[in-house]
Design a protein around this ligand. Sequence first.
Ligand code: SF4
Length: 705
Amino acid sequence: MASLSNQTTCPYCGVGCGVSATTNDQRVIAVSGDGEHPANRGRLCVKGSALHETTGPEGRLLTPRVDGQEHDWSVTLDTLATRLEAIIRQHGPGSVAMYLSGQLLTEDYYVANKLMKGFIGSAHVDTNSRLCMSSTVVGYKRAFGGDLQPCSYEDIDHAELMVLVGSNAAWNHPILYQRMVAAKAANPAVKVVLIDPRRTATADLADLHLALKPGSDALIFNAILAALAERGALDKAYVESHTEGFEAALESANTTAGNLADVARKADVPLADLEQLVEWFCTTERTLTFFSQGVNQSSSGTDKVNSIINCHLATGRLGRPGMGPFSLTGQPNAMGGREVGGLANQLAAHMDFSQAEFIDRVGRFWQAPNMAQQEGYKAIPLFEAIERGEIKAVWIMATNPLVSLPDANRVRRALEKCELVIISECMAHTDTLELADIVLPASGWSEKNGTVTNSERRISRQRGLVPPPGEAKHDWWIICELAKRLGFGQAFDYASPADIFREHARLSGFENNRSRGFDISALAELSDAGYDALKPIQWPVHKQAPEGTPRLFADGHFFTPSGKARLLPITPQAPSQQPDSEYPLLVNSGRIRDQWHTMTRTGRAARLLQHHAEPFIEIHPLDAKRFKVTHLQLAELHNELGRYLGRIRISDQQRQGEVFIPMHWTRQFTQEGCSGTLFAPMVDPLSGQPESKQGRADLRPLNMR
Ligand code: SF4
């Protein structure tokens, strides 16, 4: 049995696998899956099993810097406080911003939001999770009255039909995919359907793959809703007792997708395949629908999410084993960030700026002198505000927006213009770090101590196993030290992450706060030893559910004013960015199996580069012919925004007229444009999530090898 002191959580995706680590004085020297962690039961994927090769003191940022000069922490933080105060005095609190990351621990996220939204008084705090799942957040809130993911991984073991929409789980959530494989092996009657324009590795498990025209997801789920009604497959009693809005949603579904042949033509899928999906959905009680970035990263991502949820509400398929609409989060702590107000429209404990009562409640709890009164800029408008000089100071933590945000060249211009760029980072070399005025070396995985929450709402401990190298410090400590220098010492006088976690848990239960369904108040009195020993647990965790809650909505109660879930009328929208005669190829971007985000860590492990060693452009054979490119030839995608260089990979797994590029490689690796340079900053108007799955470009071969 692993001892608690070496049990931690993998930082490479939202599955949130438990890891047992072996260490020496300085570093983790071996890892294995934690057999006691319910998320992975001892398994690790290739990224997780290489954790010890991607961490360690090499290549780390070791010393604070101001304007390129090394300084100690005291001088650096004094300078930071002085410069920030000067900007706030001259331009007001709205002139400063933070851009955070789903890599941060919940405790880091909590104090960052508290400092900015409650004490500095700026709500311009957003996170790279905006790029990952913010459409799901809005979709869940619209349907359930709160950002509440209803399901558990355990539901995979009970499902009879698993539908994956815009999700390459085999590569991006591998341990969950393995659980799906095992569930199907145990019961061959289980059906798996993949809805994805590409034939990804996940298709290997699928009984049916709908290679739909990109953007037609809502059309397909509207067709399912219309068919459920027509074929008498609704749960009318559930709809009557526990939902509202059904008639309008159905009318919209009938109007836009009432004819299956028409839908099949518009979505460009075989009618027989669509018929088969509809038939299985209508007749299978235990249906789980997984969705991921293919749904979220869209200019109508929120509507797509609600089109899926509509079908589950119409059949009463949630809150029971083996069923529900299940969002798979990308980042290890995307969910934890949502709990503490990591998005610019949110406040801590699942409250937000939509009600004065929430602002007042959080402000009183924090005893905040400068509580922000309205939501701040989401990621894209935040960097636009930097570019036009409205935001004068930005503090970027644990993320590389120069690569990951759309229209990356514009992000570069914005940061070059910005008066004060502060970057907290654990790695010595990232594209964004080059533009920092003040550099703050942060501790990394295996050094940090705190909690993360995975896709199934399970809070797990990440434990500090080795000391940070050089002068690197924990993010929560850096934020609190700055807060003290800004005169807010009393409110940031935490001795440890356990102190912060207890406060976060208390706020979740403050004044019986059940307004959004998030409540971990039963953890508010944890002792330090109890926090150290905290076992993975699914929220809500309160008096009535001290052991946590595997499934939400089992009682049919939702967190809307009426207590009923909402179905929404959905009008399917085409993606904003469409190919044209100048830029004839549709560009899709995503992850590959063995890399994580911008490769600042996974790019260090030789074995993780064996899968794909270079950036590539995957293209259909007929398009290869049309654009006169050959397999493994170098080629360039370009458009009015930027360029991307990659090696051609010809594949009939790709739809004609569309190419796929990995998101990982950066200028640091290629000296060339990264994938983000090709995407226009088009966003979902409800969630602000960028449309990173659909750009457009022209392709030309390069005469180099
Ligand atoms: Fe880590 Fe995700 Fe792999 Fe689990 S599935 S080991 S959390 S990368």
